[in-house]
Design a protein around this ligand. Sequence first.
Ligand code: F6P
Length: 557
Amino acid sequence: MAARGPTAAVPSLAASTPWQALRKHHAALHGTTLRELFKRDAKRGERLTAEGAGLYLDYSKNLVTDETLGLLLKLARARGVHKHAEAMFRGEPINVTEKRAVLHVALRAPKGTRIEVDGKDVVPGVHDVLDRMAAFSDKVRNGEWKGHSGKRIRNVISVGIGGSDLGPVMAYEALRDYSRRDMTFRFVSNVDPTDFVEAVRDLDAQETLFVICSKTFTTLETLTNAHAARDWCLQQLGGDEAAVARHFVAVSTNAEEVRKFGIDTDNMFGFWDWVGGRYSMDSAIGLSTMLAVGPEHFHGMLAGFHAMDMHFRHAPAEKNLPMLMALLSIWYNDFFGAQTVAVLPYAQYLKRFPAYLQQLTMESNGKHVTLQGTHVDYPTGPIYWGEPGTNGQHSFYQLIHQGTRLIPCDFIGFCQPLNPLHDQHDLLMANVFAQSEALAFGKTLQQVRAEGTPAWLAPHRVCEGNRPSNTILAQRLTPFALGTLVALYEHSVFVQGTIWDIDSFDQWGVELGKQLAKKVIPQLQDAHPRLDHDGSTNALIRRYRQWRDDKGGATPS
Ligand code: F6P
């Protein structure tokens, strides 16, 4: 297959032989149940598993046979997934619409690895920044770095949005057990002033450090919140501009804008345009993570990412975790018409993991044209969503068990608790195993009747089963394990995008909303704006202005 790009001819996916073979196979499989598949093969639960980088993947409870897997792997080969992955690892500009390399894998490459962009090895630069981050984190954590009035820093507020926020928040929550408990860490992202006001209301500016995270340093939300933070700080610190240097650091690729904001570029931690926002939590964007857990644990997390990178790069396709998860996702998305994937971590510390994955997966693969710019004639990126278990069981699982939609699930669990309390961890994990079993095998009418259920009630109690799921187990939620998990999904997204022949690394769709918001802002603020939108938008703006300015109060308090 030719190298990918806007001009390289890639055979149409839907018309390709492997795709057509999968279509036929899907039709032939119709009606096959997981009960039958497990009955036919006593070893299925052990056979359809794979391990890598400390993760165990059980994918046996999927609606697949050996033939399905063979055909899916053939598809991956035909679409040149391995070749394309090598192009990524070599630093080729595979983000074709932005003409950029895609090198988040370089962020966790050990010292001494050589990865070139335009003939220059980027790995030494990565380690320089990591070393600067470590030196700074140590200073803040041991109290050497003082605020303007000489007090040590006890509060860290990371300000950013999208990829400059979701990764740091998720990682902070995930690694809370490893974090400094005598420091406060908060995250401000929303341009809703409530987010900032609530984050600082009980804090002393003298002890507060702001980490302003923005790849471009032009994002409306982040810059607005950064200015609010600056005002809040200066107001509390007597208005002395010199205070900014002690209370603000920046993480960005844009030194010019950082300087304009008033942050000394000595206090700036850089990264590169070959790091996509949603792939940046292990770059300097993770500074708040490092401040919370310390450089050693941060490096532990990087080692986990790297271990999964190596697994993805070198493990055979049929034992390759990201490859298998991606192919299964395509199987349901494109052949069963499943529109979503539920991610269900049975770990309270992973409560922000589904939100993090939403950007990673949906900003990456929410695309409607191929690399050549032609409209795809197959569904691309599914909707990812989820909540930690067991909470979700008491809310939306009913629909997964008995609703009319097929929702493939990823269960994630850990074998050792971080907070052992009586037998509670066993209770938690019993629910993982019970849920995936119930989804796969359900409860037949016969079983329901045998329990003495009256005939009229029996149909309501039947669970058809055949609801597919993956179960991912790790031994313990460590920084290393977190790195492997995130990289698992990163590479799964990559494989899916490669097969769909889309650019998983741009995000042009987000731009339109941003542009329109810029146009609307003055229309909310000018005395007599000319409203030139559609009828609905014009009416909404008028109603907003009317209710905003009506101090009589339309809403009862
Ligand atoms: O939401 C669009 C987006 O461009 C994301 O891709 C990015 O992570 C986010 O905005 C924040 O951008 P920046 O880091 O430049 O402020």
